[in-house]
Design a protein around this ligand. Sequence first.
Ligand code: EPU
Length: 416
Amino acid sequence: MDKLLITGGKRLSGEVAISGAKNAALPILCAGLLTADTLALGNVPRLQDVATMEKLLKQMGLYIEKNGAVLELCGRDVNNLEAPYEMVKTMRASILVLGPLLARFGEAKVSLPGGCAIGSRPVDQHIKGLQAMGAEIKIEGGYIYARAKKLKGTRIVTDMITVTGTENLLMAAALAEGDTLLENAAREPEVTDLANLLVAMGAQIEGIGSDRLMVHGVPALHGATYDVIADRIETGTFLCAVAATGGDVILRHVRADILDVVLDKLREAGVVLTTGDDWIRVQMAGRPKPVGFRTTEYPGFPTDMQAQFMALNCIAEGNSRVTETIFENRFMHVQELNRLGAAIEIDGHTAAITGVPGLIGAPVMATDLRASASLVIAGLAASGQTLIDRIYHLDRGYDKMEVKLSALGADIERIK
Ligand code: EPU
């Protein structure tokens, strides 16, 4: 198992290119199942989760080939409508094949994802929505068996806001008969990116970017050429890294307009930010100020940035409180940060952080993707050496993070 060895205390400077968004690329790849034509996708990040999704889709018969910088998909020969447990258990986003398979082929067999490290994460809303569209759904032996001759448009109000739930229902509704109104829809930029791709494929969707998506079903979708949106969480992670170490870095290929709350919080922490069309310059000197926040759905503070800001708060000049409202078990980085000398106490869904002047390197363990990112940030800011074990979590969602950080002057090395 690979590890990362970081010798902290280096200031970051230079330029870094941000990759395409993992959480946009995953549903967009699944949209390849919706058409017999070709999708030509640009800015698809090279990540473990993307590789896992490609493997799953290929075994369904979806053609996927890299052609230079473009990933070509063709759904003409899709013939296997099953997502097996062995694949779904390694990546929950596999559930995103359910809507497209059911809508185009009238049938799907998808393993139930089960729980994961950050929480129980049920998929009841995906199922409820598809049933409302007329699908017959049976759960047996750990699998979802779904059937529908033709999905029918209807009004769906999900009990809570769900990102992949909205994406699954959006893809299903695109090929349903009649109109589907999705209320309480997730407004995350990754949902919007998928909706924009679907429109490029011939789908008719109104209200994109809002929590009320009206989908006028069409009989078939066609091919399209599309670039995946920039990864706002990778962007935020690099911004936090510079905020923690100090330095002066320009991030390229980013979208500042989808990071409002994150940028506001960084400014509150004392970071100097300048933004342009597709770049952000981040400058930081001295210790950060503490910032309190509650995670919420977009456009609120993203749960996927909670751990990285926690690392920043650990070394802040003062105390802060962070509340996690999306996932019930997303504080696993706390014990590891405390091993580095942080002073964090958890009370239910809230973490109280007493800022300390500095962290001291130690061996730590990554427990999930964003927890890993917070340990990298803490390690970069700490004095001495930090050895992070189980970085396969990091590789699931960050494209060559240690290579990008090394280029900015960090002392970080992958140990095989
Ligand atoms: N929920 C239900 N029932 C459902 C669906 C969701 O109870 O049918 C609950 C979940 O258990 C959770 C809340 O609703 O408490 C929100 O979950 P959501 O469905 O929005 O999460 P997700 O779609 O499974 C996506 C991202 C996550 C990100 C969350 C929240 C992808 C592939 N994953 O997950 O990304 O944290 O939205 O923004 O898009 C990550 O990248 O590290 C990551 C975990």
